[in-house]
Design a protein around this ligand. Structure first.
Ligand code: MG
Length: 463
């Protein structure tokens, strides 16, 4: 016991001395990138040397989750450290905020940016917001959520189709810029519409690099939320073996390389924590325009692993040991606690925070504080994971008209042995099911009804 206390004291003191200064923090979020879309996650023909290097110099997670199966709730969870059911940022029918929506992330929520700004950070968001259409309701602008600077689109790049767009235009590999009219903003000013999407990844990267250089004398936080590989696909690069989808992902990889090189060139690499992940799984219904979840089942929209388990790569030279592959359980809500802890900010105690600090895994190569994870589809609890076991109470294919199917007892998969969720072992482990049931019941007791933010639209309001 005494030994354990001394060890904990030693770890705490070591962490304190390592992080005496506030590190810079960069979260890079891809949109709809699948678990199997990167070289370091096994893709055979998409080349991602920069992300592979990032993983080789840092830590690669095998069991990192987005907290939702689609964009809006996942992003709400990442920035607030809370299951989206708590902020009303999920919906069973609409699933994400629409272009016409008049709801958004409540001002009462505390975002990573807001917390870090209060602790002296310069804060920047580049890319897709999708937490409230500020063109409809200006108060939902990222600058009102703790960001000092913003450059990006209000929502997904398929949400402003023009009359020229053919049927199923998002699936097409012969994209025509005239089919889309996405608005591009710098702070509160619309600077381009339609946005030239072919150069978007490059311009996002330029903006992030500019912010790094301008703020290198003080701690900064960048939330870099790429527009791609969400459809429609556009890229300024055209030589991937995987075609247009590969070009888009390879350009994202190029972008990550540019960011990390900028940090090295400016001698910021030893004092910057960078995390790369995706908001949800690949959009499989889009054929060659969608990505791959590798050997995981299903994709975007689903609570099977392919919908929510994502690449997760952490980089912090000198702090995170190189070349570590961790199987510890973690999710994008944990970035909230981790970022606040790194910045020396207090975790809010006036509300439920579902994230946990990943520092023991990242910096001590130790056990994750996260023991369980709940899988929601919209507002409904579909499954839960405890250790390597995952119970499905409800299953439903990602998209289409197939109705949900309830399971009692739940389906049970051992994800270590069976990552593709093919072999139900519920019969063999009633004690695990009892434990997961208990976790779910405890969780449900903490969920309070809140106003749903995805329901109302401009049109409905006018009726
Ligand atoms: Mg997405």
């Amino acid at each position: 016991m005494k030994k354990q206390i001394l060890l904990m004291l030693f770890i705490a003191l070591s962490l304190q001395s390592i992080f005496s200064a506030q590190p810079n923090i960069i979260i890079i979020l891809a949109d709809d990138l699948g678990y199997g879309d990167l070289g370091c996650y096994g893709h055979p023909s998409i080349k991602t040397p920069n992300l592979d290097r990032m993983a080789a110099e840092g830590m690669r997670f095998t069991d990192f989750y987005a907290t939702a199966e689609v964009c809006t709730p996942s992003r709400a969870a990442l920035l607030t450290g809370r299951y989206p059911i708590r902020s009303g940022m999920c919906h069973d029918k609409y699933r994400v905020l629409r272009r016409t929506s008049i709801g958004g992330l409540s001002k009462d929520e505390i975002t990573i940016a807001k917390a870090l700004k209060q602790h002296g950070y310069a804060t920047c968001m580049v890319g897709k917001w999708h937490l409230g259409n500020y063109e409809n309701v200006p108060e939902y602008h990222p600058l009102n959520y703790g960001f000092d600077y913003y450059f990006g689109l209000p929502h997904s790049n398929d949400m402003n189709p023009t009359k020229k767009a053919p049927k199923a235009a998002t699936r097409r590999l012969d994209q025509d810029p005239q089919w889309w009219a996405a608005p591009l903003y710098r702070n509160r000013e619309k600077i381009e519409c339609p946005a030239n999407q072919s150069t978007l990844t490059r311009r996002y990267t330029d903006e992030a690099i500019k912010f790094i250089k301008q703020n290198k004398g003080k701690p900064f936080f960048i939330y870099f939320a790429h527009t791609f590989p969400h459809v429609p696909l556009f890229s300024s690069k055209k030589d991937s073996l995987r075609g247009l989808y590969g070009d888009v992902v390879e350009e994202l990889d190029w972008s990550v390389g540019q960011i990390l090189q900028t940090l090295r060139d400016n001698k910021l690499d030893k004092n910057t924590f960078v995390f790369f992940t995706s908001d949800n799984g690949p959009w499989l219904t889009h054929g060659l325009a969608g990505g791959s979840a590798g050997l995981l089942k299903d994709g975007k929209g689903s609570t099977y692993e392919g919908g929510m388990r994502e690449p997760g790569i952490a980089w912090f030279p000198g702090k995170i040991k190189p070349g570590i592959v961790t199987h510890e359980l973690a999710c994008n809500m944990d970035l909230f606690n981790t970022c606040l802890t790194l910045a020396g900010a207090k975790i809010p105690d006036d509300r439920i925070i579902d994230g946990v600090d990943m520092s023991p895994t990242l910096f001590g190569n130790g056990k994750s504080k996260r023991e369980s994870f709940i899988y929601y589809r919209g507002t409904k609890l579909y499954g839960a994971r405890f250790g390597q076991y995952k119970a499905h109470y409800i299953t439903q294919p990602s998209y289409g008209t197939n109705a949900p199917v309830s399971h009692n007892p739940p389906l049970l998969y051992e994800l270590g042995q069976d990552p593709s969720e093919n072999f139900d072992v519920a019969d063999k482990h009633p004690e695990i099911i009892a434990k997961i049931n208990e976790i779910v019941e405890q969780h449900k007791k903490t969920v309070q009804p809140v106003k749903n933010q995805l329901e109302e639209t401009i049109q409905e309001n006018k009726q």
